[in-house]
Structures are given as structure tokens and as C-alpha cells.
Ligand binder design. Sequence first.
Ligand SMILES: [Zn+2]
Length: 108
Amino acid sequence: MTALNIHILLKIKKYHAKRYKSIVFNMLFLRRMKKKYGTLHCVYCNCYVQVMKLGEPLKRSIMATVDHYLPKATHPELEFDESNLRVCCDKCNAKKGSKIWQEKYPYP
Ligand SMILES: [Zn+2]
């Protein structure tokens, strides 16, 4: 089991600035959603998800991820547009890929 490691994050910051910006942006989005709603769920399957903390072992089955409703591949200009972001579980995010899915369990 791997952990979200601060040393790996710092390496990413050094060599992959755009990727780092995206990781931090997504992490801050998830934290704001957690603060606003208390508990988080996947907008596509309604499963419970949790915001992972640095240094904590990754629990992929309940890990909150950020989905881009309109995919980054076709709408790169919306990568950092919060209105295009959705809370999503790891499994749905991997399945969805660059498709557009309708949210079944949207946040109010
Ligand atoms: Zn899901």
C-alpha cells in the first residue's frame, strides 16, 4: 500500500509544475467540499468517499477524486474551472475516463 507522500509531491512540484498545480487545486476543491457538506459521496454511484491526507495510506476504495464533468481531453480550458468539477470515487473516475456522464447524485 502506498501513501500520499510529501516527498513525492515535492518532486512533482519540481519537475512537473502543471501536474502539481492540478493536484493542489483538486485537493483544495475536495477540502472545500468536505467543509461545506460534512461527508462526501460520489456523484455517479453515491458511494461514501473520503479526502485523503498527506502521509496517510491510500485507500483507493473510498478515496475521493475530482472528476471533470466536461473532460479535460476535450475541454482543456475548463481544467481549473470549479463549476466543471465533481466529487467522484476512484472506480467511477477510472471508468468514466473522457466520457460525459450525467450525475445521479448531485450536491445541492
Ligand atoms: Zn462512484
